[in-house]
Design a binder for this molecule. Structure first.
Ligand code: C2E
Ligand code: CA
Ligand code: CA
Length: 683
């Protein structure tokens, strides 16, 4: 059959259209066998056109869309454009793909279905974009972070639910408005300037700021703003993410306060004070100015606290802070360093007259009565003063020197101020030097034990002596134990030194006993520090005595009243262990402390030593004589022997004999002397 040229042209056109269409085109027979597919379809299926020959559509691509095809075949009505998801079983990497279908039945002359033509357009990209958008909008609406979208003119386009919850504003109240309705006024103009500069250059800003909600309540926010640009690169929208950090800020604030502010007085604490002092020193250095540091320490605060209780003590401290502030009429930093220590830093140029006037004003204010509820309390204050740059170039030096000056004020009798001076520094330094030298003194053999005889008044016999330590310093010469024993106590070196003295005394008493002297006893001073030291020395001492072949009663332990006053369980145990072993115990410096009869009995003391201050006056002061007599009578009633210390004159000795005293010790008989000299004295 010959076709005319027009028909051929039409066919060619149709063929061209079919082959080159970007839509996928397929012709099936009524049993869904492929008749023809175009290149676009083969490409979409990633197959060749030849691969479809003789194949059935639903064999090749099993799918529930067959139901729709069947429906079209049944009704002979076209099915127009529906989107279906489809998975290529043998190409799992493609995932779920989406297609818009159009299915048209082509009927023959009898009205029966001859072909089915369907066209397909893949819409996977669009579907995915739609899905992403849907999810984004879900996130946007349900996010717990508040979000706000503004347009290029910085007008609010949209907000989410969380935004409403955070700020109290509803969409209709803010749409079209400028977000600056949230500004709290707490942020400077410069702050917003930098924010906009960042937004205009990088499109992004994030940071923390204070805004306010609809009620005007300040809210701390972490804010992140991003910019969405259009194709032309112009700002289309800005998206702001707001998280509420008010609670965190409050916590941070609280933590800062706890670290920097004294909760009782509201003043800066030590930590903040040191930081501020450092800053002030740096500023003073820059501007060539001075600073004055006043370190104020209350004199009797501990007693008030103990007597009236901590609550009253606290009230007093608050009042002290208030009074100090009232004495300072210029810009100054006042801080509480802790306990009953306060500082004032004066940061203007000051001459000494002005500085001491401020210190005196504070002292005068603090001696005035404190009314604590129904109670009245009196305190005083000692103030140390140090100045930058004269007395120190950094916070540490300045504080240390003010502290030394404060101690000097205390030593001078309290209730006064003291300016730091070079001499003060020297005193402290020589103490420090002694302390250092003390460390090596034992090894270097610089110690020597002297002995002072103790005479029995009834017989005039000497069968007792006190061991007294001497330090021959290589540079300073002989240093008094009154000076170095307290240092050795503070550093704990007394434990080792005391042990050495004890061994020396044991050695000496052994020599004396071997010289056929009556049963000799040597007393050794034992510091409370030795008793309170965790290491129990009693065992070792008793063993050492036994190993030396000496009875325990050849050694007497001299202790002070202070040890008995706050004797802990451990201290009492050690004392009783000595007693049980037969070592005698003497109570030294009797009468200077809080003497208590109860203690004498409880700890089974053997001797009391009446302090030199009473003995030295018995020949001139009737009161002291009466006191000595009373002590002797009382001691004898309790079964204790009495030793009078510091007897320097025969008059004193005679009065003591008359009073019934048992032993005397003092320069009248002999000064403390080295061992060999002592031996000559007693043999
Ligand atoms: P203390 O135990 O009260 O010793 C008596 C002090 O009075 C000794 O001072 C002694 O030399 C001095 N003295 C004795 N008779 C007279 C006198 O007639 N007139 C005057 N003015 N003074 C007299 P020293 O030797 O300077 O010792 C001072 C303190 O150092 C002792 O006071 C004692 O508490 C302590 N001490 C000495 N040696 C030791 C020791 O080995 N260990 C411990 N823990 N402390 C010791
Ligand atoms: Ca003594
Ligand atoms: Ca004494």
């Amino acid at each position: 059959m010959a076709a005319d040229s027009e028909t051929i042209r039409q066919l060619k056109l149709a063929e061209t259209f079919f082959n080159h269409s970007v839509s996928c085109l397929v012709i099936l027979d009524r049993d869904y066998n492929f008749i023809r597919v175009n290149q676009a379809y083969a490409d979409a299926c990633r197959l060749k056109i030849a691969d479809f020959e003789g194949r059935n559509h639903f064999e090749l691509f099993p799918s529930d869309t067959k139901l729709i095809f069947d429906e079209v075949v049944r009704t002979k009505q076209p099915f127009v454009t529906f989107t279906r998801a489809f998975e290529f079983i043998d190409q799992p990497e493609r995932g779920i793909t989406y297609w818009d279908w159009t299915l048209v039945p082509v009927l023959d002359a009898n009205g029966d279905i001859e072909y089915l033509v369907f066209s397909l357009v893949e819409v996977t990209e669009r579907k995915r974009a739609e899905e992403a958008l849907r999810i984004a909008s879900l996130v946007y609406q349900h996010s717990s972070d508040a979000m706000m979208v503004t347009d290029a003119e910085n007008k609010i386009l949209a907000i989410n639910e969380a935004f409403t919850q955070l700020t109290g504003y509803r969409v209709e109240e803010v749409r079209g408005k400028n977000p600056n309705l949230l500004q709290s006024g707490r942020q400077s103009a410069g702050f917003y300037q930098t924010m906009w500069q960042a937004l205009n250059t990088s499109g992004h800003w994030d940071g923390e700021l204070w805004d306010k909600d609809k009620n005007g309540t300040a809210i701390a926010l972490r804010l992140a703003i991003n910019t969405v640009y259009d194709e032309a690169g112009k700002v289309a929208q800005r998206v702001a993410l707001l998280s509420d950090i008010t609670e965190k800020k409050r916590q941070d604030d609280l933590i800062w306060k706890q670290a920097n502010i004294d909760s009782l007085t509201g003043l800066p604490n030590r930590h903040m004070f040191i930081n501020q002092l450092r800053e002030q020193i740096a500023l003073a250095k820059e501007s060539g100015r001075c600073l004055t540091l006043l370190l104020i320490d209350l004199d009797q605060f501990k007693e008030i606290n103990d007597a009236l209780g901590h609550a009253k003590g606290d009230t007093l401290l608050v009042e002290v802070a208030r009074r100090i502030a009232a004495c300072v009429h210029e810009p100054a930093t006042i801080a509480r360093l802790g306990g009953d220590e306060f500082t004032v830093v004066l940061s203007d140029n000051h001459d000494n007259a002005h500085v001491t006037a401020v210190a005196q004003a504070i002292i005068d204010k603090l001696v005035q009565v404190f009314q604590l509820g129904i109670e009245r309390a009196y305190i005083s204050a000692s103030i140390g003063i140090a100045q930058y740059p004269g007395d120190g170039h950094n916070a540490g030096d300045l504080l240390r020197h003010a502290d030394q000056a404060m101690y000097a004020a205390k030593n001078a009798g309290r209730n006064r101020y003291c300016l730091f001076t070079g001499a003060l520094q020297e005193a402290v330094q020589s103490r420090m030097r002694l302390n250092n030298d003390l460390r090596d003194a034992l090894k270097a053999g610089e110690f020597q034990v002297y002995y002072q005889p103790i005479v029995e008044l009834a017989t005039g016999a000497i069968h007792k002596a006190e061991a007294l330590l001497r330090w021959h310093h290589p540079v300073f010469g002989m240093i008094s134990p009154a000076e170095f024993i307290p240092l050795a106590e503070t550093s704990g070196m007394i434990v080792e030194i005391g042990e050495w003295v004890f061994r020396q005394a044991v050695e000496q008493v052994k020599r004396l006993r071997s010289m056929h002297l009556p049963p000799f006893k040597i007393s050794v001073n034992v510091s409370p520090v030795q008793f309170r030291h965790e290491h129990d020395f009693t065992e070792a001492w008793l063993e050492h005595l036994a190993a030396s072949g000496l009875p325990a009663n050849s050694i007497v332990i001299e202790i002070t009243e202070g040890l008995l006053l706050d004797a802990t369980e451990g201290v009492a145990d050690k004392l009783l262990r000595f007693r049980d072993a037969g070592v005698h115990v003497a109570l030294d410096d009797f009468g200077t402390g809080y003497s208590s009869l109860a203690y004498l009995k409880k700890f089974d003391i053997d001797y009391i030593k009446i302090d030199r201050v009473f003995v030295s006056n018995i020949d001139v002061d009737a009161n002291d004589l009466t006191l000595c007599e009373a002590i002797i009578v009382m001691a004898h009633k309790l079964g204790l022997a009495v030793i009078a210390e510091g007897v320097e004159t025969t008059a004193q000795r005679d009065l003591l004999v008359a009073a019934g005293c048992d032993f005397v010790q003092g320069y009248l008989i002999s000064q403390p002397v080295p061992a060999r000299q002592f031996e000559k004295l007693v043999i």
